[in-house]
Design a protein around this ligand. Structure first.
Ligand code: PMP
Length: 288
């Protein structure tokens, strides 16, 4: 495999960054996870925008290189990949060892890819397995601590939630995703996903402010706008979600992934989930 590090394609085993890099030292960086379908980046404009916004939040507005798209394309091409998972990291780079960031930024820019074939391209399904979800005690870091719409290298919140999930697992129970509540106890999001559910024919999802507003979530909300069922964003309790008629998670990798069970309670898919999955599939199909 070849990765792209600071402007150069390098063999993956030689792809390294400095131990003095602030991304390593402090989680001082931004990243994006993107999918390529048929050799083309999905929702590239939105991902580039979010990466830029995150870098602005971190006070390094110019860190995203102008030719980032070309660097990603070159990495996909060097590996002969058309359907792939792409991860882009932009850190504040190497700086003298103190917490206060320096004004001069020479960012570390890394592109990592791996093959990710698309399942269900026959249009029957866009996911492989339904998700089992478990709510956890770990709360979502609030916006006034770390801005929630910045996708930074600081993923300890989600990692701690997944550690909790792993501790709850047994031989016969292995939940896939942790569901975090916000500081007030309302449902926020998964460790790496957004949550939707359907109650009485209305599509519901936690409002912005305590979640990373996912790019997949935005696309699903846009798709739902053209349909006849009502859509609501709001504050919901765990009981609201557990008693839902349908529920699914969204993220770039999973697309729409129906939830089989939440906290051991059966939920599953249904007409609205299936309709939205078909519509999303239609967007992806345009890439082939
Ligand atoms: N929330 C969190 C905390 C995430 O890490 C992700 C994955 N990036 C999402 C939501 C979903 O975002 P997207 O649809 O842009 O992948």
């Amino acid at each position: 495999m070849y990765y792209h590090v600071n402007g150069k394609l390098v063999a993956s085993e030689d792809a390294t960054v400095s131990v003095r890099d602030r991304g390593f030292r402090y989680g001082d960086g931004a990243f994006e996870t993107i999918r390529a379908y048929g050799g083309e980046l999905f929702a590239w404009t939105a991902h580039r925008q979010r990466l830029t916004t995150t870098c602005e939040t971190l006070g390094m507005a110019d860190a995203v290189p102008d030719d980032l798209g070309e660097r990603i394309d070159a990495t996909l091409e060097a590996n002969g990949l058309a359907d792939a998972y792409v991860r882009v990291s932009v850190t504040r780079g190497v700086q003298p060892g103190k917490l206060t960031p320096g004004h001069e930024v020479d960012p570390t820019v890394v592109v990592v890819v791996k093959e990710l074939p698309r399942s269900g391209r026959d249009g029957t399904s866009v996911w492989e397995e339904y998700a089992t979800v478990q709510s956890v005690g770990t709360r979502r870091i609030p916006d006034d601590a770390v801005p929630v719409d910045a996708k930074t290298h600081n993923y300890l919140n989600g990692i701690l939630a997944r550690v909790e999930l792993r501790r709850a697992a047994t031989d016969s129970y292995q939940p896939d995703e942790a569901l975090l509540r916000d500081a007030d106890g309302y449902v926020a999001e998964g460790a790496t996903s957004n949550l939707f559910f359907v109650e009485g024919g209305t599509l519901k999802t936690p409002r912005e402010g305590t979640i990373l507003p996912g790019i997949t979530r935005n696309i699903v909300l846009e798709l739902a706008e053209d349909e006849t069922f009502p859509v609501e964003t709001g504050r919901y309790t765990l009981d609201d979600v557990r008693s839902a008629d349908e529920a699914f998670l969204t993220n770039t990798t999973w697309e729409l992934r129906p939830i089989e069970r939440i906290d051991g309670i059966d939920v599953g898919d249904g007409p609205i989930t299936n309709l939205l999955a078909r519509l999303y599939d239609g967007i992806v199909e345009r890439y082939y």
